[in-house]
Every structure is written in structure tokens, then in C-alpha cells.
Design a protein around this ligand. Sequence first.
Ligand SMILES: *[C@@H]1O[C@H](CO)[C@@H](O)[C@H](O)[C@H]1NC(C)=O
Length: 203
Amino acid sequence: MEHHLFFLSLVTLFGTLSTLHVPKLDDLSDHDYLHKEVPSYFSKSCCNYNEPNAEDEMNIFIDCRGIINDKYKLQRPKPTGQDEEDRITMISWIWNRTTCFSYCFLHKQGMANEDGTINVETAMKKQKKSIPELVDPEAWTNIEKLCTKPNDDDKETYVCKKDALHFSGCVHDISEYYCPDALQSKGESCVKYREDTKNKYGI
Ligand SMILES: *[C@@H]1O[C@H](CO)[C@@H](O)[C@H](O)[C@H]1NC(C)=O
């Protein structure tokens, strides 16, 4: 599930981005910005975990897309013609959509509480079930310790709490880092990704 969750968040992010005009997007350097802020969204998978059936997640995905449009009214902002202002609004819109989508997605599966925090017990149980190949107990200790709450010094606020988005990206990073040797991609970018993860989370 976790890899589908990651995949679906990615689709949402790009679904959001693809509603922008692409040349404009390049002008806005959203890619650069997002690359810095959410590097895990851009890292390909470096671990060959089995992909479980994603049908249920797909339905939740469709529901949540509707919810972020209707409930949170997160429609694409109208450009004002002021480039810098438009850029800031656009980035804030992308973050608002992405945090709300992640929250909705986890909440519908019982992994996030009503208030946006992670339901640690359910989330851990579901993640363990979805990545049975990840057997290193240290990986699970770190996921619980590092992923269930976002960093305190990140003071930005969005329409939805960041906990769910942080959880998804963090579980992705940590599970990739602890990938069993036999399933690991050894390419240069994967070696670097594991190295970056180690530094980013201090593991
Ligand atoms: C994003 O959310 C913040 C916090 O609720 C809000 O102040 C901001 O206007 C939102 N941005 C957009 C573009 O909707």
C-alpha cells in the first residue's frame, strides 16, 4: 500500500501541476522549489518491493480528489498578472492541495485522526502489512520515531496539517533506505538517495 500511497500522492501532485500551463510552470520554477522541498516525490523507487493490488486505493484517490476540490475549495487560483505574487500563491495552492490530499487519503484508511495527526497504532499496523519484505526491526523503530510527527521547527501552516504528507514521504524514504539487499537497485542515483536519506533523518 505504502508504495501506492506514494504513487498516488505523486499523481495528485502532478495532477495539480498538470493543470498549470507547462511553459509557465517552468518559468515559475515550481519544479526546483518542489524538488528542494519534497525530494522524495522526485526520487524513483530504489527498492523492488512487491506492489499489492491498488484497487481500493484508487477509489479513495478519486474520492479525495473530489473532496479537495469541494470541501476545501482548493481550486486553481486565478493569476493576477503579478508574477511574483502569482508564484507565491501557486506554491501555496500546491502545498494546500498536497497536504489535504495526503490527509484525506490516510484519514479514509484510519491512519490519520480527525485533527490531522497520525493514528500511530493503525498507521504502523497497516504499513507493516503493506511492506512485508521490510523485516529489519530498526526500520520500523525509525518509521515510528521519525515519521509519525513532522519536524517541530517547520512553522508553515497549510489548510490541512502536514502530518499525513510528512508520514507518507518519510515512510517512503525510510523503507527505501532499509531495503533488503537482494531488492536494492545499486545505481548511482540510488546510492545517493540512500546517502541523502541517512543525512536528512540522521539515521
Ligand atoms: C493555503 O492555506 C493557508 C492556510 O490556511 C491560507 O492562508 C492560504 O491562503 C492558502 N493558499 C491558497 C492559494 O489557497
